[in-house]
Ligand binder design. Sequence first.
Ligand SMILES: [Zn+2]
Length: 481
Amino acid sequence: MKQRQNIRAAAADGVYFRFMLTAAFGLTLLAFAASIGSGTSLLRSHLNFANEIPAAGDFDQALAQKYFLLPNAQADSDAAAPAPIADDLQSTTPETPANGPIEQIIEVQKGDTLMSVLADAGIKLDEAHAAIVALSDVFSPRQLMVGQPIKLTLAPSDQSESADDSAQPQLQLVSLSLQPSVAKNVELTRQIDGAFTAQSTDVPLERHTTRVAGSIQSSLFEAGQSDGVPIEVMSEIIHAFSYDVDFQRDIQPGDSYEILYDRYEDADGNLAKTGNILYASLVLSGKKLALYRFATSDGRTEWFNPKGDSVRKALLRTPIDGAKITSGFGMRMHPILGYSLMHKGVDFGAPIGTPIYAAGDGTIQIIGPASGYGNYIRIKHTATYGTAYGHISRFAAGLHVGSRVRQGQVIAYVGMTGRATGPHLHFEVIKDGKQINPTSIKLPSGEKLQGKELKSFMALVANINKQLKDQAQSSPVASAH
Ligand SMILES: [Zn+2]
């Protein structure tokens, strides 16, 4: 049997328990509340913890309290504390519960199938098979995800087949429940006649349009994190501002931000998922930049400034993520040729294989090796503007002369082909056939809303500004709620 993080709780009654696991990315909280009747006695439990959760012997009361929250324990006078759990942990060999159901929460491991999970839990194969068939009505076992918790309720089997069960008692599946998504619960239960029935229920989620505002000490990302803004919200906002803001240079301590976004919460107020971001603003050195999310009449969703100009420029200044300029535009001593030469582009240092994006919508004009440039791509964006990319290690699949590309589409990967001393992207912006300095010129702007669209955008701006004002008055302090 595989080692798993699991809890077995031979619970007589009256206990709610919650089980917290630390996951690879921060802390994931999995709350499972199991109510079995009402009464006083406590859990008996076995823990087979792998990895980060302490071994049974190290487990003390403090840790027990950290990993198990027993909200009813306080109310029940003699369901005292997690102490009995700790006592019971001294025993590492599984005990056969005298009688009564056993609650077990299993975290799905890599390579598991629903069948293997049930078999490992001690359920007979024919019974596991029947359970899976019934469950398939509402849940495809293929949707099982690594890390997903499955709650099993087991009971000792009626007939004891003591021939080959020395290691593992045969158990009967009483019920199984899991949550395939934040908004859905699936439950399988055994009927009196022994047959299984499965049903799925929707978890009701409520949308809360939430304003968060705060000041920036070191970075916008960190400010959002400390104010409880989900990572995906911060990432999208940073991306939206990246056309206008240089996050390495422009952010100063004391700058501030404000966000309006939708949170979907369950009945307990836990964040189940994030929805749309409606608004984001930055005040950088006293200057305010505000962005409003707007769905255009042709079905796209873009960020616009308060005048109705798209933040998306016709060209990206930096067609690569997270890279630093290692050599700017202008005269320089050429590192290989050894004499002063005009550098007609900008170099971005980045590891080999880093994706390179098309700086704007356009058509591929040249793709292939080009002497000192090494592997090279040139895109024609408009009659006036083009961009070029050099020292590429490889091109994105399927591209050829004449291919249409969209802004942000991966066209190639960083390399050091041609005359290059190290891996970097050599990037050129070409205007009327001449290379120009992309860092200093005003790049052609993107779309501007007009007519009817501009009118409905202005109505949206007024509406959002009112929501921001109302929420700021009711909670003037930075808050995630
Ligand atoms: Zn260069």
